[in-house]
Design a protein around this ligand. Structure first.
Ligand SMILES: Cc1cc2nc3c(=O)[nH]c(=O)nc-3n(C[C@H](O)[C@H](O)[C@H](O)COP(=O)(O)OP(=O)(O)OC[C@H]3O[C@@H](n4cnc5c(N)ncnc54)[C@H](O)[C@@H]3O)c2cc1C
Length: 407
């Protein structure tokens, strides 16, 4: 299939493929089994220029596009999901938020840490504020030249390994008036009051720690507030807009896992014989393969389109509508593709000796993290209808005329 890639994009994809096969694939099973963050892989990614490649050249990056990042992530995810997620989070997500809205010193700090091998963490979710992010209770109180942050986040990717943290909190001025939700940067181990809590026992992606981050009178200089031009009052929406790059990255990890699983399954259909014939000669298997290929290519095209929808400059992110649709479709179809690939292996697919069961566990998270498939559907519907669709009880009432028509 012609994906309309340039010569440079094709070359980058080849470089990533070679790295994934030679460096990431041999480590994938052990990373999962030992549940250890792979610092050796981080070092190898760093040496090969895959960390921070979307950052501007002036800051040590390579001015790569989100499509470049997507091509690399897909290749990594075919072989090792944790490696792919490190590439996502050192090129998209928190780092793209800082590159878009950060001050020069914030950008320099974030770029330095990423180039040193840090995978920044984004701290939004709280025990009582999941999909409903605006219910967060973590607060940042202005006290002279600092904000004092108190609260508790959970399910933070990279908890205990990440150094740079982008923390979302309700902001209060010195008189105690609430200004909105803002983002703040803090570096673990350099910031008293930032503590890592319990690690989650996850189903998959076991080499990437997920855990609690606790803020106890964490003092953040006012210069470390990441402030979009819209200020604190409307800034949360802008900061969350940066999440669209993370969504495209996450969808690509799912799609890459599915592509890897399909590669395994295709090979097996040619070699495994039953009833005296390769199982690939059975139409039941052929149609499974065809459906997997159709779904995979549809997901891939949606993700590439979303990645390409980023406008010029670092302040632009993928189109929210395209990013949401791509993440919904890629995450859901990839779960199905991996499940079917496992099925094609029969009992062997269920064994820990093959990567299929690991892939099935790893791929499951992508309809949850970074905005659930249900919440993203609400975003898509809201854009289609041109209505705001607040989800709080009583928050949305149709116009009387529409209510009458419905009755
Ligand atoms: C592996 C992993 C990594 C993560 N990493 C991070 C991270 O780095 N930083 C971070 O801040 N968070 C992170 N998260 C948290 C993630 O963003 C949340 O899990 C997600 O937003 C959903 O919140 P919740 O789990 O509290 O589910 P809930 O919000 O409690 O939702 C429960 C169910 O209800 C559905 N639901 C909720 N509201 C609606 C609605 N209005 N309409 C229809 N259905 C609805 C949801 O789709 C879901 O199926 C991570 C999660 C996972 C699993």
């Amino acid at each position: 299939m012609d994906l309309g890639l340039s010569k440079n994009e094709t070359a980058l994809r080849e470089k990533a493929r070679t790295f994934a096969l030679q460096v990431a694939r041999p480590r994938a099973a052990a990373i999962d089994r030992d549940e250890q963050y792979p610092w050796d892989i981080v070092k190898a990614l760093q040496e090969n220029g895959f960390l921070g490649m979307t950052m501007p050249k002036a800051l040590g990056g390579n001015d790569c596009s989100f499509l470049d990042a997507v091509l690399v992530i897909e290749e990594m995810a075919k072989c090792c999901t944790v490696t792919a997620r490190i590439v996502v989070e050192t090129n998209m997500g928190a780092i793209s938020t800082v590159m878009a809205y950060g001050s020069e010193s914030q950008k320099k700090l974030a770029a330095r840490l990423v180039l040193e091998g840090d995978k920044p963490a984004i701290c939004i979710t709280e025990p009582e504020a999941g999909s409903d992010t605006t219910a967060m209770t973590t607060r940042a109180d202005r006290r002279g030249d600092v904000y004092v942050i108190n609260g508790r986040k959970h399910w933070i990717t990279g908890a205990s390994v990440s150094r740079l943290h982008l923390i979302f909190a309700r902001v209060f001025d010195e008189r105690g008036e609430e200004l909105g939700i803002g983002g703040f940067l803090a570096v673990r181990d350099e910031s008293k009051g930032l503590r890592v809590g319990r690690r989650e026992q996850t189903m998959g992606l076991r080499g990437m720690p997920e855990g609690e981050i606790i803020f106890e009178d964490l003092e953040v200089p006012t210069t470390m507030a990441v402030l979009p031009p819209s200020g604190f009052r409307r800034g949360f929406a802008d900061l969350m807009n940066a999440y669209n790059s993370q969504r495209v990255g996450a969808g690509t990890v799912a799609m890459g896992i599915a592509a890897g699983a399909l590669d395994h399954a295709l090979g097996w259909t040619k070699t495994r014989e039953q009833f005296g014939r390769p199982i690939g000669e059975f139409q039941g298997i052929q149609w499974m393969l065809a459906d997997m290929e159709v779904q995979l290519n549809a997901a891939r095209l949606m993700l590439y389109q979303a990645a390409r929808s980023r406008g010029p400059g670092n302040s632009a992110f993928p189109d929210p509508m395209l990013a949401a649709q791509a993440k919904i479709f890629a995450s859901e179809t990839s779960i199905k593709i991996v499940n079917d690939a496992l099925q094609i292996f029969g009992a062997r697919g269920y064994s820990r000796e093959l990567p299929l069961e690991r892939m099935a566990r790893d791929v499951r998270m992508f309809t949850i993290g970074g905005g659930t498939a249900q919440v993203l559907r609400t975003l898509v519907a809201s854009k289609m209808l041109g209505w705001k669709l607040p989800q709080t009880r009583g928050g949305y009432m149709p116009k009387p005329s529409m209510r009458d028509a419905a009755e």
